[in-house]
Design a protein around this ligand. Sequence first.
Ligand code: ATP
Length: 401
Amino acid sequence: MLNKKSVDDINVKGKKVLVRCDFNVPLKDGKITDENRLVAALPTIKKLIADGGKVILCSHLGKPKGEPKPELSLAPVAQRLTELLGQEVKFAADDNVVGPNAEAAVAAMKDGDVILLQNTRYRVEETKNGEAFSKELASLADVFVNDAFGTAHRAHCSNVGVTEYIDTCAVGYLMQKEIDFLGNAVDNPVRPFVAILGGAKVADKLNVISNLLEKCDTLIIGGGMAYTFLKAKGYEVGQSLLDETKIDYCKDMIAKAESLGKKLLLPVDTVVTSEFPNPIDAEIATEVVDSDKIPADKMGMDIGPKTIALYSQAVKDAKTVVWNGPMGVFENPILAKGTKAVAAALAETDATTIIGGGDSAAAVNQLGYGDKMSHISTGGGASLEFLEGKELPGVAAADDK
Ligand code: ATP
């Protein structure tokens, strides 16, 4: 359990509460295309309203790089939150985030009112954790609540700097839920515990591979990163994604698994193509080969049917499953079969299933399996750093219980 003060441990009646949320949602033509992060933030916001707080929401959106960019305004979020909450969320927009509009809106607030500030990354100091902007944010509020798990791996003004200037700093329900699910899975799993890692590059997941190998019973590798492991086993991988500099690392991980008595599963067969599809969802001819027979002129783009059966069985036998990263180039429907099959295996099992955000979360939601998973993290990078065993600065900055 997370030993941080939560919204259940503080009294916010009549107080101004600055709440850092993760409203970094995808937008297309000014419309929100995936509102999971908004929905996930509602329990904390509702609790603070019910307790009579004056709720001042803030978040970043995209990467405006320290300048006001109208296409990255949080205006659509204020509008959608108004609908989701069934009460007005006043958009107190200043290009410098804490300006006359925000100050006037805060001064006029009654207990239970909600306002939203402009995109915190309009300010160049935000991502540098600068003192001036941290103090300005703090000047608006009596209490701070951090519910932005998606940015918890970063130390920025709106989630870390601000806590230096506000006495009471707690975490919200979403933050608590994310850390409880991921923390229990890793540190106190019901066994067998199976971890599945995919995605493009081994280099992006070095520490996750090593840390999870120590914690899990079976580590499954798929996606582009599998080919560096296959090369480390002495197989030729043709034109597949390969990181020459990490072959020795993969050899070390294979040896580590053996010495710890852990199962490390690698693809036994592979879907290969002659080239990378262009555009990415183009029709493409494929062939299935065993993983030790990848032709020199072909590239591995997905796990094959024998591997699907092997990985699905491992999931079936598990009591806890953590998954991060697709099994192949899932953006192409022809090369998405492995990712889909793993998603289906997770959807069918009674095990606790945790999706570590990013592409795998998107894949699971697109396939309509979202409500079949025990937990889908709202933070890709944050969940990965957590799985690496790192302390997240955004969590560490909150008051201990
Ligand atoms: P996020 O950072 O969003 O959580 P992720 O960890 O889920 O991402 P990435 O490491 O970004 O995953 O990798 C996803 C990318 O890897 C996808 O775009 C996919 O097409 C690509 N990929 C998967 N398998 C292969 C492969 N065999 N060859 C080349 N690219 C691959």
